[in-house]
Design a binder for this molecule. Structure first.
Ligand code: PLP
Length: 614
């Protein structure tokens, strides 16, 4: 039976029960995901949909805080630990509300990287004593919003990316007579590790160079504002694959810390950014879809290095600010899709059409099929690959007919099947042959869009664990590639949670099943906001669930996804245009029933609906 490495990548939040269903688990309670799917269907929500488990945000926050608390005790670190959540990772209001709810006891704050994000942050119920940090490139309006935040009494720190920004902030201060705290984002020469390592290093797009730090200090002195600077910040990139790079960055930041202290800055916090990796593949390796370390190891290494660095430079222990996002958010959401059909090619000997003058490669294929045996099968299989290629070349040159081509495909399929049957009889591992594997893998057409559900899979080939949500008490008898319903050849999932094996490219799945929900896990970070509406397949339905007092399923909220009208509106087909144009085309027909039927599709879900409606 296949377990899809669920114990390795799920941090214990998901597992398979005896009935072969995937369950979500928390504090000794568990719910089969099929129950959630049923609840969603009862609310009229069809697939694809996002299931949110807000309690998993709470679990990750607790784990994260405890790890830092424990590390501080272990290394007797006297500075505090303050976390802010970068809302770019998931700005969904329900998500942020739950995050702040679970983060209340820990004074969990937020980080904003744009005007809209800061606006959302300023209207959120941030716990008392929680920090707000502002990153990214800021125009005067962004800076003014931060000043308004300060006037509202928030503990807000504007992290300066350039001297120009500081000039802007000081200008506003002159008018408003209020100024938020100031942080410097510093440009480190140490680089991160992994896919986002370019976020740091001397060539990085962010941060102040040594010269710019000195200019900024002079400017602040001039306006008697040096005491407003209380934070140094760096971020070495998301999904750090090994923690050594973070230790190096802290040491380098320590040198800058000591230097700016000599110049009169009283830095209260070192903000080490985010970057804790999520082990999407469950391989605990330094590969791009994984992370070698746990949260606990990360916290220990950070706190130990901070203590060591402060000792070395004789510094007061600063507060450690973290901006981890991915590791907090990823686990709480999964996308549920379902199988529309398995698309195998229709190759069957019964479709063979005998013709009079068969071309040579076809005769060779026939011969190979007839005389293939246990001794020569590998040789004959390799010959067949060549004959198939010859036939393809002849076809493109117009030297054989479509019937010949089809006959060739059918014979080749038969040869492949015979090769596999002989290999299996002899106990040989045919899966090693990439061509055979590819040939065997069938396309599992699923009702979703890769571009909307897991845009990182398309854009940067990020891996997300995928598995069927039921029937796991039966062996998987097929290999599949998950494809979506977009009209795009990129709408295919290219990598699965099995690195270094053939099953990274193909997913073990079951043969034809009437009811076959498939879950795409760890989609809670970045995917929703990066989602695009390729083919006008829009935002998905969603349902948020919790455990009730008896440990049973409780639906907290649900939301309809985009309709046809919503996505058209988004592309500037406003209501007036839709109404005028549709009236214009139907005017001369005098068929109100047809008009109503046409218009009814404006309210349709953008994804496939089982059996449709009349
Ligand atoms: N802080 C800053 C400045 C970032 O740019 C990012 C994202 O790359 C983060 C925090 C969050 O990183 P992660 O989600 O990897 O923890």
């Amino acid at each position: 039976l296949r377990r899809f490495r669920v114990d390795n990548w799920s941090e214990g939040y998901f597992s398979i029960n005896e009935a072969g269903e995937v369950v979500v688990r928390c504090q000794g309670q568990s719910i089969p995901l099929t129950n959630v799917i049923e609840a969603a269907h009862n609310l009229g929500l069809s697939t694809p949909f996002i299931i949110r488990f807000p309690f998993l945000i709470g679990e990750q926050i607790k784990k994260f805080y405890r790890a830092f608390q424990h590390a501080k005790e272990e290394f007797n670190y006297k500075g505090e630990h303050k976390a802010v959540f970068p809302i770019k990772v998931n700005q969904n209001r329900h998500f942020i509300e739950r995050l702040l709810h679970y983060g209340k006891d820990f004074s969990y704050g937020l980080e904003a990287g744009s005007k809209a994000e800061l606006f959302a942050v300023l209207i959120s119920d941030i716990p008392e004593n929680a920090l707000i940090t502002c990153n990214g490139f800021k125009d005067r309006e962004f800076l003014d919003l931060a000043v308004i935040g300060k006037q509202l009494g928030k503990d807000i720190c504007v992290i300066i990316e350039s001297v120009e920004e500081l000039v802007g902030l000081i200008d506003i201060y002159r008018r408003a007579e209020t100024i938020p705290d100031i942080g410097f984002r510093i440009k480190l020469s140490s680089r991160g590790s992994g896919k986002w390592e370019k976020s740091s290093g001397e060539g990085a797009k962010f941060g102040l160079s040594s010269t710019e730090i000195l200019l900024a200090i002079d400017l602040l002195k001039e306006h008697d504002l040096l005491d407003r600077v209380n934070l140094l910040h760096f971020h070495i990139g998301s999904q750090i694959t090994n923690v050594r790079t973070m230790k190096r960055a802290i040491r380098e930041a320590g040198v800058i810390f000591a230097e700016v202290a000599k110049l009169g800055l009283n830095i209260k916090y070192l903000n080490i950014g985010g970057g804790i990796g999520v082990d999407y593949s469950g391989s605990k390796s330094s590969s791009l879809a994984s992370a070698e370390y746990s949260i606990e190891e990360f916290a220990n290494d950070v706190v130990f290095t901070m203590e060591d660095m402060c000792n070395k430079h004789g510094l007061e222990r600063p507060g450690i600010v973290t901006e981890s996002g991915r590791v907090i958010a990823a686990y709480h959401a999964i996308v549920v899709t379902d199988l529309v059909e398995i698309m195998g090619a229709e190759y069957d000997l019964s479709h063979y059409q005998q013709t009079q003058n068969e071309v040579k490669p076809l005769l060779e294929l026939k011969y190979a099929l007839e005389y293939m045996n246990e001794k020569n099968y590998i040789e004959y299989y390799h010959d067949a690959l060549e004959f198939k290629e010859d036939l393809r070349t002849m076809f493109t040159l117009g030297l054989c007919s479509l019937v010949d081509k089809s006959n060739g495909d059918i014979l080749f399929q038969e040869i492949v099947e015979k090769t596999i049957a002989i290999a299996l009889r002899k106990g040989e591992n045919f899966e090693k042959d990439p061509f055979l594997r590819k040939f065997l893998a069938e396309k599992y057409l699923c009702n979703f869009s890769v571009f909307n559900a897991i845009p990182d899979s398309w854009a940067i080939r990020q891996l997300f664990p995928i598995m069927p949500l039921k029937h796991l008490d039966r062996p998987c008898d097929n290999f599949g590639v998950i494809t979506d319903i977009t009209c795009d050849s990129d709408g295919v999932v290219n990598a699965y949670q099995f690195p270094d094996t053939a099953e990274n490219e193909y997913l073990p799945l079951h043969d034809e099943m009437a009811d076959y929900p498939i879950g795409i896990f760890l989609t809670g970070a970045y995917q929703e906001v990066l989602a695009n509406k390729h083919n006008l397949l829009g935002q998905m339905n969603e349902i948020s669930v919790d455990f009730n007092e008896e440990g049973k399923l409780d639906v907290v909220s649900s939301e309809q996804g985009d309709t046809v009208k919503d996505v058209l509106n988004g592309m500037r087909y406003d209501d007036a245009f839709i109404n005028n144009q549709s009236k214009r085309f139907f005017q001369s027909m005098d068929n109100p029933k047809l008009f109503r039927r046409f218009r009814s599709y404006l309210n349709s879900y953008t994804y496939m609906i089982k059996d449709g409606h009349d």
